[in-house]
Write a new protein. Sequence first.
Length: 218
Amino acid sequence: MRLVLVGPPGAGKGTQAEFIAEHFGIPKISTGDIFRANVSGGTDLGRLAKKYMDAGDLVPDEVTNAMVRDRLDEPDCAHGFLLDGFPRNVSQAYELDGILNDLGTTLGVVLDLNVDHDEVVRRLSGRRTCKKCKHVWHIEYDRTKVDGICDKCGGELYQREDDRPETVRHRLEVYAEQTQPLIHFYTGRKQLVEIDALGTVEDVTERAIAALTPFADA
Ligand SMILES: [Zn+2]
């Protein structure tokens, strides 16, 4: 199972990535994890990446690509992997082709978690964070006993800037714009599988596993 997972903010991608990887017995590889491992491990690439990050700059594609290459070459990836957060664009998709080709393999499938934008806005904009203990509540799905007051510590709840409806909508639009070419690219190659990512975590995991199982030996 050599899998790329894509999905918009608010689709629960991180959680699904863990369950899917566990089910198929493959490592879950996110660019964030790779960055942290290289930086904390003090590798040459990690030191290079840190220089950019410390300066507040984006880590260039070449550095990210080299880290992904190193990670996919590790022994635990011999029987597959789940990539989360890479590729982000068509140019990185070609890069991934090259990396896998060098490693003597190919990409199996791309799973796209589909969510209705209005639903994501409802999910995310209903979140309320405690100013004191930082616990995240939800005005529909995880309500406090008293509106606006944390059940755990009595702290005051507020809506984070990131969770405001207009911010969420903007992030979804930016995501769609950036990801559309990648989706088209993999659709054209008949490597894309879409599932509806609405519903409980368990339901979505079940749907994902059902959609992916035919590719388990690919
Ligand atoms: Zn609290």
